[in-house]
Ligand binder design. Structure first.
Ligand code: URA
Length: 210
């Protein structure tokens, strides 16, 4: 999947995304839709995981049956909105390890600053799926991937719900080795850094803040 952008155009994903974009969708429904859509996105982002075989016995005979290879993968939520994608992904990948990266934007330098980082052990041996619903400017996502790489990860994918062309370009420039999976690529960013047409502030909509 290297250097790649995958847009998940499955009808169920697109239908649920439309419901999420609608300004009239209440918080509880928004959160439920996000959970459902993240399960479907998890299915796509894990489509080509490494496989091996295990010798098992069915009620009829022995066989070499396919199983996932390697260490349990790691989901890394970029706080706070990334948390909205975790439960739906864990429904599908219950044994995944989970990490968190928190960044804020320094008001003077406008650079992302780390305030929290807790990643699963043996991160260098795991496939890491970094998750954030909105890939907007790409600055905080690129900084989060910097941090995850500094901790030793070498095999990373980025999963989001919506992406702006600016954010994709920034991520491809900073991390060409990190494939991006998204449900849609919107038109542009507005002057405040919101994705247009987008769905508004994902964190506010899922947590009912603002
Ligand atoms: N973050 C959001 O939650 N929404 C946007 O449109 C852009 C960044």
């Amino acid at each position: 999947m290297s250097g790649k952008l995958t847009i998940v155009d499955h009808p169920l994903v697109q239908h649920k995304l439309t419901l999420m974009r609608d300004v009239g969708t209440p918080t509880a429904v928004f959160r439920q839709l996000l959970r459902e859509i993240s399960t479907l996105l998890a299915y796509e982002v894990t489509r080509n995981l490494d496989m091996t075989t295990r010798r098992i016995e069915t009620p009829l005979q022995e066989m070499d049956a396919p199983v996932l290879d390697g260490r349990k993968l790691a989901l890394v939520s970029i706080l706070r909105a990334g948390n909205g994608l975790l439960d739906g992904m864990l429904d599908l990948i219950p044994s995944a390890r989970v990490g968190f990266v928190g960044l804020y934007r320094d008001e003077e330098t406008l650079e992302p600053v780390q305030y929290y980082c807790k990643l699963p052990g043996e991160i260098s041996d795991r496939l890491v799926i970094a998750v954030d619903p909105m890939l907007a400017t790409g600055n905080s996502s690129a900084a989060a991937i910097d941090l995850i790489k500094e901790e030793g990860a070498t095999n990373i994918r980025f999963l989001c719900l919506l992406a702006a062309p600016e954010g994709i370009a920034r991520m491809h420039e900073a991390h060409p080795d990190v494939p991006i999976v998204t449900a849609a690529v919107d038109e542009r960013l507005n002057e405040k850094g919101y994705i247009v047409p987008g769905l508004g502030d994902a964190g506010d909509r899922m947590f009912g803040t603002k």
